[in-house]
Design a protein around this ligand. Structure first.
Ligand SMILES: [Zn+2]
Length: 336
């Protein structure tokens, strides 16, 4: 594995990818797979300011993104999420409006050409994740987060605009060579349903993972966690993997995974935060330790999760601690 390749070399990379079916086959044999941990909070540790466009790093400082991916691969993560959580054109347009894409000029990219910016951010994101997984069987999940959040409910965007922005992002991620598409951390079921419908026929496995909170979110009773979890099977009937990630309270995530297991035979993902975020001296702090997450990994497996990873506040140390638990469970089931 060569170190520190430049962005141009990244674009030329050709690495054998596992087949798109590979991940589903491994899940079908009963194996539990380990997903990576947080990207956003790891970027903040490396200088990203709250509100800045972390996805732009795929072009402007790819070495730091590569380093984060590799830190997760090194501790045994098998599913690597691309650094494209907010890389829909609609989200990037917000950053553009706030002048946060100016660094791209130094790389010969016009920030006003948002379609090209979107394409390159996703393409480079996919290739950086693929490159980090070089030398092992890892799966690259094309990460797709909320595009507009409550601006859909409030009428600032139409359903057609939201669908189109997700479809474009998914096509660019596919072009970059991802193994599956991962819609995650979407609170609004209307938005996640549009995303799912826009990408489900692109020939890649689709994972839909919702963020939930104890109380209804965005003022919608439909986001009450009990109601929402019950609706997952009917909202995403052909999704290959469903799941719960982010949110706040890890016990709620655990409860939701258990409830979901009773409703579907599909593989389930659990990717909790490292506890409830707290503000300490102006910084966000997550209280759960790697050992805490390791004991939760066991409980998530018992509740029926097939993929276990971490969301906000989780680090390579957390994922490494979870690796030990997941490997033990797989080995005791005769799956190595
Ligand atoms: Zn999160």
């Amino acid at each position: 594995m060569s170190e520190a390749k430049g962005a141009n070399q990244t674009a030329d990379l050709e690495i054998d990818a596992p087949t798109p079916k590979g991940i589903l086959e491994r899940l079908a044999r009963g194996e539990i797979l380990l997903a990576e941990g947080a990207m956003g909070t790891e970027q903040q540790e490396r200088g990203l300011e709250q509100g800045d466009c972390g996805e732009e790093w795929n072009i402007s400082i790819p070495d730091r993104v590569r380093e984060i991916h590799r830190s997760y691969v090194q501790v045994g993560a098998e599913i690597i999420y691309t650094n494209t959580f907010g890389a829909t054109e609609l989200r990037l347009a917000e950053h553009r409006a706030k002048g946060r894409l100016e660094d791209l000029r130094e790389h010969g990219i016009d920030p006003d050409d948002l379609r090209e910016v979107t394409r390159l951010v996703n393409l480079h994101g996919a290739r950086l994740a693929r490159e980090a997984s070089e030398g092992g069987v890892h799966f690259v999940a094309g990460d797709m987060g909320p595009a507009v959040g409550d601006k859909l409910i409030n009428g600032f965007f139409t359903e057609e605009e939201v669908s189109a922005t997700y479809r474009d992002q998914a096509l660019f991620l596919k072009e970059g060579g991802v193994d599956l598409l991962a819609i995650e951390t979407v609170f609004d079921p209307q938005e996640s349903t549009l995303a799912y419908r826009a990408v489900k026929d692109l020939g890649l496995p689709v994972l839909v993972s919702l963020a939930i909170t104890r109380r209804s979110h965005l003022g919608r009773p439909a986001t009450d966690f009990g109601i929402l979890v019950e609706k997952i099977p009917e909202l995403y009937p052909d999704a290959d993997i469903v799941g719960i990630n982010c949110g706040q309270d890890i016990d709620l995530t655990l409860e939701a995974v258990g409830a979901l297991r009773g409703l579907t035979d599909k593989p389930i993902l659990a990717k909790p935060n490292a506890g409830i975020p707290e503000y300490v001296k102006g910084k966000i702090f997550y209280s759960l330790t790697p050992d805490d997450l390791a004991s939760y990994a066991k409980r998530f497996a018992e509740a029926g999760a097939n993929i276990i990873g971490g969301c906000c506040g989780t680090t390579p140390e957390h994922i490494g601690a979870m690796r030990v638990v997941v490997s033990t469970i797989n080995e005791s089931a005769g799956l190595n």
